[in-house]
Design a protein. Structure first.
Length: 148
């Protein structure tokens, strides 16, 4: 039997925790966010292509940013986010918790948006596959993803 489907929120929180645990700079939330999103992009581009990933990210940032202003501090996320990003002095206004919450919210929105196309369970599995190899159990036992 396969594992019960994971919730987008649960997977997003676990991915964030894993990213912090495996980061070279776990105390720098912006570095952790960049590392996590870089890995996510590499994995999802394999499944949905570069243009599909760009569209998914653009839409997800546009939906997440109005409710999570700290997302703008992650300047490498998206050109629009970088344009509206506060200066480095203003970016410090956002707490680590606010930035963490914004990244988790972004991951959830990405899974929801992708889920509207491929189904929620598949979207959560694809995003879960972006976890480091030791955290791949999030995706279930039947994953055929190979390590890079």
């Amino acid at each position: 039997m396969s594992n019960p489907a994971r919730s987008a929120g649960g997977v997003a929180q676990e991915l964030w925790a894993e990213a912090r645990q495996h980061s070279e700079s776990p105390d720098n939330v912006l570095v952790v966010a960049d590392e996590l999103l870089t890995k996510l992009e590499a994995r999802l581009r394999r499944w949905i292509g570069a243009e599909g990933y760009a569209a998914l990210l653009n839409r997800s940032v546009a939906l997440t940013l109005p409710h999570n202003a700290a997302l703008a501090s992650v300047s490498d996320l998206h050109p629009r986010a970088a344009e509206s990003s506060p200066s480095s002095q203003t970016a410090a206004v956002f707490s680590e918790s606010e930035t963490s919450d914004a990244i988790i919210a972004l991951l959830i929105v990405m899974m929801e948006q992708l889920g509207s196309i491929v189904g929620t369970d598949m979207a959560v599995r694809l995003v879960a596959l972006s976890a480091p190899p030791n955290a791949r159990s999030l995706a279930g036992h039947e994953s055929k993803d190979t390590q890079s």
